[in-house]
Design a protein around this ligand. Structure first.
Ligand code: KIV
Ligand code: NA
Length: 265
């Protein structure tokens, strides 16, 4: 199989083919995601929520991201693997950002990093790119800044914030980012940004006009039972499937029906 690269993703936009991106955090899940034809696997810092049970993405560490990323890299035969730089590892100064990105690339074998923010982090983006490390941007709802905003509601509904997002998107492209995630912004704004940029936009809660889409795998599979925002389409109900299977196992053990004669040595 031919590996998807940042160039492949650009070619997809050029010929109007949508880009499919999904998160994964471990070897077994990433194996399935890769085999199903995913273009990009994102080792998101949403691992902090769905893998570790934290309320926000802030607590996850660089070492923990590298552990998740290296597991995913071993599984991905075709997909481009992008890894989030976690909170506190790139905002301080550009040298720290570069060191964090280098650690991810070196220790996990991933192909690119993603960082949240626009003009504020321009220096960090540039410095990482200078080392030959591809960077994906992330604008709109940026969960690492949740305490600044206070809520996970739709961003850039007001014109001032929308104007800043348009500028940030152009800036990220100008700096050399190969793509940019647009999270939870009005579909019309995402359409404008997608049309004005040469690089692909990957949307989550940003409508149908983005050049690609991304979801968190636990949400897509319906493992997080309670999480049903409007933008999410649940393609399976794995919570119920798994709960049922595991419940049956408990019952069988209690009833002495597992294992049976054929299931022993
Ligand atoms: O961490 C994550 O899963 C993400 C996607 C939702 C874009 O950043
Ligand atoms: Na993230």
């Amino acid at each position: 199989v031919k590996r998807i690269t940042t160039h492949t993703v650009q070619e997809m936009k050029n010929r109007g083919e949508k880009v499919a991106m999904l998160t994964a955090y471990d070897y077994s899940m990433a194996t399935i995601v890769d085999a199903a034809g995913m273009d990009i696997i994102l080792v998101g810092d949403s691992a902090s929520n769905v893998m570790a049970g934290h309320e926000t993405t802030l607590p996850i560490t660089l070492d923990q991201m590298i552990y998740h990323a290296s597991s995913v890299v071993r599984a991905a035969k075709r997909a481009l693997v992008v890894v989030d730089l976690p909170f506190g590892t790139y905002q301080g100064n550009s040298k720290e950002a570069l060191n964090s990105a280098i650690r991810i690339m070196k220790e996990s074998g991933a192909h690119a990093v993603k960082i949240e923010g626009g003009i504020e982090i321009a220096e960090s983006v540039s410095r990482i790119l200078t080392a030959g490390i591809p960077v994906m941007g992330h604008l709109g709802l940026t969960p690492q800044s949740i305490y600044k905003f206070g809520t996970y509601t739709v961003r850039a509904k007001e014109e001032a914030e929308a104007a800043k997002l348009r500028e940030d998107a152009l800036k990220l492209q100008e700096l050399g980012c190969f793509a940019v995630v647009l999270e939870k912004i009005p579909a019309q704004l995402a359409k404008e940004v997608s049309e004005s940029l040469d690089i692909p936009t990957i949307g989550i809660g940003a409508g149908q006009h983005c050049d690609g889409q991304v979801l968190v795998i636990h949400d897509l599979l319906g493992i997080n039972k309670g999480f049903k925002p409007r933008f999410l389409r649940q393609y399976a109900n794995l919570y119920d499937v798994m709960h049922g299977a595991i419940g049956n196992y408990v019952s069988d053990v209690k009833a002495r029906e597992f294992p049976n004669e054929k299931e022993q040595y």
